[in-house]
Design a protein around this ligand. Structure first.
Ligand code: IPE
Ligand code: IPE
Ligand code: MG
Length: 251
């Protein structure tokens, strides 16, 4: 282990290591508290949070992460006050419009998981547009979890497989973990290597329950709008020092 990497990991020291995570997932939490601490409306926190999204997308692309999944809106978040939900939807549309060029310039492909039909029409249109124009990009996948809940994803998977069994296209004995993965919203994406949750909460909040089986978890007290590229690199560095055993023993 090279001590140079421990003190202050910078971009180069992360890239020198061969172990760049394929898939990073982030529960971006703490926007509301960031605003409240400053006596601002919670919506200001979401606006500031979207700036962090830009910087973390950029860093992930530079580092060579293949898939970045961002938990942006949960199925439970629909229960928030109407003005907050509306503001989040408006922010999402402006994010998509302003990032379109950036995604094309940087070879980033947009994907999305969740109950997308529940999103307002305007959001669906903006989303589908960017998904479609970036579909052949190969540099990185930016996967937005929108109106996403893992339990509803699992229910949807069970229904798909049960329908297949009923119609005779799936035999019960051929149902494997791979078949289950392939029938989730996240389909062909690999499972996350890293999950980061900001804002100090130590919970999963209905996020990728199946896919996180062997993911390395990182929790930080930092509120999402304050989350920096430096802290992200620090986490990637800590990940590189962890030993993933998958239930076996050290070699
Ligand atoms: C995360 O920040 C953004 C969304 C869930 C949409 P929060 O809005 O949950 O912020 P806190 O947890 O109230 O501080
Ligand atoms: C999880 O954060 C959802 C997203 C970050 C989109 P929440 O703030 O909604 O989760 P809880 O309520 O603290 O569990
Ligand atoms: Mg929260």
């Amino acid at each position: 282990m090279n001590s140079k990497h421990i003190v202050s990991p910078d971009f180069d020291s992360i890239q020198e290591q061969t172990l760049i995570p394929t898939h990073v997932a982030i529960i971006m939490d703490g926007n509301g508290r960031w605003a409240q601490k400053r006596m601002l409306n919670r919506i200001k926190g979401h606006e500031q949070g979207s700036k962090t999204v830009r910087s973390i997308v950029e860093t992930s692309r530079e580092i060579g992460v293949n898939v970045l999944t961002l938990y942006a809106f949960s199925t439970e978040n629909w229960q928030r006050p109407k003005n907050e939900v509306n503001a989040l939807m408006t922010l999402l549309v402006s994010f998509l419009r302003s990032e379109e060029k950036n995604m094309l310039d940087n070879n980033i492909r947009l994907m999305s998981i969740g109950e997308l039909h529940r999103l307002p029409k305007e959001v669906q249109q903006a989303l589908n547009r960017v998904i479609s124009i970036t579909q052949y990009n190969t540099g990185m996948i930016l996967n937005l979890a929108l109106s996403y809940g893992s339990r509803s994803e699992l229910v949807d998977m069970v229904k798909k497989i049960a329908t297949g069994v009923k119609s005779g296209s799936i035999e019960i004995d051929t149902i494997t973990p791979e078949v289950i993965s392939a029938n989730l919203f996240s389909m062909n994406l690999p499972d996350p290597d890293i999950l980061i949750r900001t804002s100090g909460e130590m919970r999963i909040s209905n996020f990728m329950l199946w896919q996180l089986a062997y993911t390395e978890l990182f929790f930080t007290e930092t509120l999402w709008p304050d989350f920096t590229k430096e802290e992200y690199l620090q986490i990637l560095h800590s990940y590189q020092l962890r030993e993933r055993r998958y239930g076996t023993v050290s070699t």
